[in-house]
Design a protein around this ligand. Structure first.
Ligand code: SF4
Length: 276
């Protein structure tokens, strides 16, 4: 088995000058990819003497994320000695928003991600830029936003640039670049990084789930949703209630009501990865 080294960060990333950023923000869902990304970026930041600029941020999703997720994100950040921030969207959680809108998000309209994760993380960027100005910084505050997206996850993610200027997150007060440090890593390599780190991972993986974040993700495979319904029957019932209240299925090809019915009989032997 090959050993995952810090050098597995893509060669082009070696040219990235971490010291040119006032803050290096690590977005963490507490999931495996966030965890591996955190491990590798912390090692590199330490090697470059800029570890004090690291900030871990968790966008808390409330009841729809797996129990214990926020505490685990805090624990993982603490293991690396990182400043840890939690952000949360105002205006209701995912289910409340679905009820307000009368529709579910889908692969083409992932407003769940923009409303519940990206938007709240921008509020942290605003705070960090203000801190930086208060500390005497002038001009736009340079922020490097690190995420655990990987090419292997989906065709869309394969196309994501490893390094990019984030025009949407930037404004006159902050310049934000995005970096996907583990874009080229395989799932096996991700687990290797985690195993070597000795830092805890979420028990949902041990229950067979391939990804974390929302227990019932609109992009989840049927088998993963069925497993989630077996593990969280109360939350599954809430999703069914919202399907009935809105008159819309969770997904065009699948209703949570069907998932709940299957959860009572199915014993999935292999849980497939996400569908998009
Ligand atoms: S995990 Fe899935 S449902 Fe939850 S915010 Fe992300 S894409 Fe949307």
């Amino acid at each position: 088995m090959t050993t995952v080294q810090l050098s597995l960060l893509p060669a082009a990333d070696a040219e990235l000058d971490l010291s040119s950023y006032a803050f290096i923000v690590l977005s963490t869902s507490a999931g495996k990819d966030s965890q591996a990304m955190m491990d590798l970026v912390v090692k590199r930041a330490r090697a470059e003497g800029v570890a004090e600029r690291l900030v871990a941020v968790h966008a808390n999703l409330g009841r729809v994320e797996w129990p214990g997720t926020m505490d685990l994100a805090a624990e993982q950040a603490s293991c690396y000695g990182l400043r840890f921030e939690v952000v949360r969207a105002g205006g209701g959680d995912l289910l409340e928003r679905v009820e307000q809108r009368g529709m579910w998000p889908d692969a083409a309209r992932r407003w769940c991600t923009s409303d519940l994760k990206r938007g709240p993380i921008y509020t942290l960027f605003t705070r960090l830029a203000a801190e930086w100005r208060d500390g005497g910084g002038t001009g736009p505050c340079r922020i490097l936003s690190c995420m655990g997206l990987r090419a292997e996850e989906s065709p869309a993610r394969r196309k994501c640039p490893v390094f990019d200027f984030d025009r949407r997150a930037s404004n006159g007060r902050r310049h934000v670049d995005t970096w996907l440090p583990i874009h080229s890593l395989t799932t096996a390599e991700v687990w290797q990084v985690i195993d070597r780190s000795g830092v805890s991972h979420h028990p949902a993986y041990d229950a067979g789930l391939p990804r974390l974040s929302c227990s019932f993700c609109i992009l989840g495979s049927r088998s993963a949703l069925v497993r989630a319904a077996q593990l969280r029957p109360d939350l599954a019932s809430e999703y069914v209630r919202v399907e009935i209240a809105t008159g819309h299925r969770f997904r065009q090809d699948l209703s949570i009501a069907d998932v709940v019915a299957a959860a009572k009989t199915d014993v999935p032997v292999r849980i497939a990865d996400w569908v998009a």
